[in-house]
Design a protein around this ligand. Structure first.
Ligand code: ADP
Length: 180
């Protein structure tokens, strides 16, 4: 018990990220298999600044991050652009989407939204110490980072989450942090 260092609990990204244990899962966008209606519903029923884009529900592999604002504008533009864009139009966050010629004239037109995805969001692994996460936020001036484990998306940390974490640390007395 003489080496205090051994008992210091380092807070990790996994301790600060959302969702917490017992929370509903992250609100994500699927690269394929979502309709314009699904996306409009997502935007209407949440207030998050953005959504991680994953390649599939099975893999939860991260493709990128889409800002809520960009998604809303893109959906409005798509609706405006063509009257064949309907609620059941398929949305593709892929480089290539099926072209209209493969679907019938009266079918809902597919919508390609690949261009609005940020393909290089900052990610950290779940085991990254918060000390490092704070440094990344400070030095890169980012608003959110995504948390992954072996390439699988686990959660998100926003700037406010980081600030809350810092506030918590400052209020706690050092002894309690040590054994927490
Ligand atoms: P802020 O933290 O600035 O309020 P948001 O409104 O985007 O930014 O996020 C609010 C909370 O929800 C944060 O604690 C964040 O970690 C979490 N969060 C952000 N995006 C998502 C998402 N797509 N799904 C679930 N939770 C999210």
């Amino acid at each position: 018990l003489d080496n205090k260092e051994e008992f210091t609990h380092t807070t990790l990204a996994t301790d600060v990220m959302m969702p917490r244990r017992g929370d509903p899962p992250l609100k994500v966008v699927l690269q394929e298999n979502m309709t314009v209606g699904d996306l409009e519903h997502l935007v209407k029923t949440t207030t998050y600044n953005g959504f991680p884009v994953i390649t599939s529900q099975d893999s939860y592999r991260l493709l990128g991050y889409i800002y809520r604002r960009d998604l809303m504008v893109a959906l409005e533009n798509a609706r405006h652009h063509s009257e064949n864009v309907l609620s059941n139009s398929k949305a593709y966050f892929t480089l290539h989407a099926p072209t209209l010629s493969t679907s019938g004239v009266n079918e809902p037109a597919p919508v390609r939204l690949f261009n609005v995805v940020d393909l290089s969001p900052i990610t950290v692994t779940d085991h990254t110490p918060m000390e490092i996460v704070v440094e990344i936020f400070t030095k890169l001036g980012i608003r959110q980072a995504l948390v992954t484990h072996n390439g699988r998306l686990l959660g998100i940390i926003t700037k406010k989450d980081v600030l809350r974490h810092i506030a918590r640390l400052n209020k706690q007395d050092p002894d309690s942090i040590m054994f927490n």
